[in-house]
Ligand binder design. Structure first.
Ligand SMILES: Cc1cc2nc3c(=O)[nH]c(=O)nc-3n(C[C@H](O)[C@H](O)[C@H](O)COP(=O)(O)OP(=O)(O)OC[C@H]3O[C@@H](n4cnc5c(N)ncnc54)[C@H](O)[C@@H]3O)c2cc1C
Length: 384
């Protein structure tokens, strides 16, 4: 019997894991040393970093998804359908009324997104392709007024995305010559932009927003929504009513129900893993990507970002391939990487070690914008 690896989720972490496993194990078409089963409920895989471009008409539906059938080579099979249950103790998964057993299991099921405060009645959840696209439909008709970008709760994936959304919307309104009669405001419960980073980085992002005339309202906790108006609680204990004509919001993020039902979540509400191997408390069961909690000191968490899901996938795939060859795992995940904040024509880049808070921010340039575009193109070319 060939060894079997179960990969739960066909998003950024799952696709990266399957591809890297296939390569590291030495699978080739016709000669497969191991079976790699990817479980995914959708037919295609969303590349969420492109959603902010979709909000301003720079990407369409067909450009933000990869067809999962293109991943099915090199011993990779995709099992389509909702995973109904997970048994980490026995490394089994149930999908389509069938039980699958693996020698190894890698969980990358992302987050469950829920709209709170009835926000979807009044605005657009831009963390989904449907919401990003419907926001753009309304933006096209928008002739001026109040635009609100609201972070409805913490934590959320991609801490940079709401800032990027506000900056891209600002660029769009300038291009369409409606900037002079448009107010853009970003409301967030965070005390400062990207508070996982240093004071200096937060200050630079604040300045960037300020230079573009975007109103920034930190420490604003959403308490209710209504037609054309939102209410927030602020540290002063007051509630501020905020008017809007067009609203984009982030949903509430939690770990998926099946993860909680499988007893995989720790006190944080997320899956706790060994920080170097990414193994859970169950032997040969690994978790990566948005689903994990990864403390980086000072009560801060590693941001939920695709770039880390990919590095974690590389680490886990490398070590599993070694174990299949009878070798000891020898790769440890390091929370290093870079994150680009796009403004349309230019972009800034934060990079370094997130764990050691040894991060720096590189000033805006056109090259960094194209670097982000290249990252997207590479994702699709390499994987689909
Ligand atoms: C607007 C936006 C902008 C972003 N920008 C960036 C950026 O610039 N850079 C960056 O690094 N990151 C960015 N991110 C974050 C990045 O998209 C995520 O961190 C990344 O997708 C996490 O990968 P994952 O594999 O953990 O989860 P996902 O990519 O969400 O994949 C999870 C998969 O599991 C599937 N699934 C869930 N439950 C089940 C079930 N029961 N059965 C079967 N399948 C299931 C889902 O359908 C999904 O395909 C952005 C995110 C958003 C929303």
């Amino acid at each position: 019997m060939k060894p079997t690896i179960l990969v739960l989720g066909g998003g950024i972490g799952g696709v990266s894991t399957a591809r890297e496993l296939s390569r590291q194990i030495g699978n080739e078409d016709g000669i497969n040393l191991a079976r790699i089963l990817v479980f995914e409920k959708e037919k295609s895989s969303l590349y969420a970093p492109s959603l902010t471009w979709m909000m301003v008409g720079k990407r369409e539906e067909g450009q933000v998804y990869g067809d999962l059938s293109n991943v099915e080579l090199g011993g990779i099979e995709v099992i389509y359908g909702e995973i109904a249950s997970i048994d980490p103790e026995n490394r089994t998964v149930t999908s389509n009324d069938r039980e699958y057993k693996g020698d190894y299991m890698v969980i990358s099921l992302g987050t469950k997104l829920t709209d709170t405060h009835d926000l979807s009645r009044y605005g657009h959840n831009f963390y989904t392709s449907a919401g990003a696209s419907s926001f753009y439909e309304d933006l096209k008709k928008f002739g001026g007024g109040e635009i609100a970008v609201v972070v409805s709760s913490l934590p959320h994936k991609s801490p940079v995305a709401p800032y990027e959304a506000a900056l891209l919307i600002e660029g769009y309104t300038r291009e369409k010559e409606i900037r002079q009669n448009t107010n853009i405001t970003l409301y967030t419960p965070e005390p400062e932009p990207m508070d996982f980073a240093s004071k200096e980085i937060s200050e630079k992002v604040r300045r960037l927003m300020n230079d573009k005339g975007i109103n920034y309202k930190p420490e604003h906790e959403l308490t209710s929504s209504g037609k054309n108006s939102l209410t927030f609680s602020t540290p002063e204990g007051t509630t501020a009513a905020a008017p809007f004509d067009l609203l984009a919001f982030t949903p509430k993020h939690t770990s998926p129900d099946i993860i909680q039902e499988a007893g995989l979540t720790g006190t944080s509400g997320w899956v706790e893993v060994d920080k170097q191997s990414l193994e859970t408390s169950y032997e040969n069961v690994y978790a990566i990507g948005d689903i994990i909690s990864f403390p980086i000191g000072d009560g801060k968490m590693l941001p939920k970002a695709g770039v880390f899901a990919q590095y974690q996938a590389d680490t886990v795939a490398h070590n599993i391939a070694r174990m299949l060859r009878g070798e000891k795992p020898n790769k440890a995940f390091e929370a290093k990487g870079s994150y680009i904040l796009d403004q349309g024509d230019k972009a800034s880049k934060v990079d370094g070690s997130f764990e050691a808070e040894n991060l720096n921010i590189k000033t805006s340039s056109m090259i960094r914008h194209w670097e982000k575009v290249l990252t997207e193109k590479t994702w699709f070319l390499k994987n689909f």
